[in-house]
Design a protein around this ligand. Structure first.
Ligand code: SF4
Ligand SMILES: [Zn+2]
Length: 159
């Protein structure tokens, strides 16, 4: 029987896996790069980041999360180009099977927020509370906040 064409509902992502991420506390610029980064620097950075990902116990969850949405930036076990190619492959396969595999923007939109540091859209559960902010949440996601704290702690030890 043909499938119905109603809105696609996707499972809500589970965020527990982030607690075990090998990149926790690592510098975010290692995973997300920076404006004006040169190709050689980017390649070296991506190799370093992927070496961390290779040892990560939640690699699969991380990749599937990044593939399940239009996530353009950063290393999520795969580079931006690698993700694009996996998406294309999946979409080709899905087109052959007659279903849609396009990354969806529909993932519980009203409960998401954009991190102003890593430029990633996360569920609001990924932002700590900050009553001084208009929406009551910090502008940086927990991952960026933790990375900044770890950097600060390192600097404090070094000085
Ligand atoms: S696989 Fe994902 S969660 Fe694990 S270290 Fe790499 S970017 Fe972080
Ligand atoms: Zn962030």
């Amino acid at each position: 029987m043909a499938s119905s064409r109603g809105p696609i509902t996707r499972p809500r992502p589970s965020w527990g896996w982030q607690d075990d991420a090998a990149c926790r506390g690592q510098s975010l610029t290692l995973f997300f790069g920076y404006e004006g980064e040169r190709a050689e620097a980017r390649d070296a950075r991506e190799r370093m980041a992927k070496a961390i990902c290779a040892e990560c116990p939640v690699r699969r969850e991380c990749v599937e999360f990044a593939l399940s949405r239009p996530e353009k930036y950063g290393i999520w076990s795969l580079t931006e180009d690698e993700r694009a190619s996996v998406r294309r492959r999946r979409m080709r396969r899905a087109a052959m099977a007659g279903v849609s595999a396009a990354p969806s923007n529909e993932v519980v939109k009203e409960e998401e927020k954009h991190c102003s540091s890593c430029r990633t859209t996360w569920p609001v559960a990924n932002f700590a509370r900050d009553i001084s902010k208009r929406d009551g949440l910090q502008t940086w996601c927990r991952r960026c906040t933790n990375a900044a704290r770890a950097r600060k702690a390192e600097q404090a030890v070094a000085s």
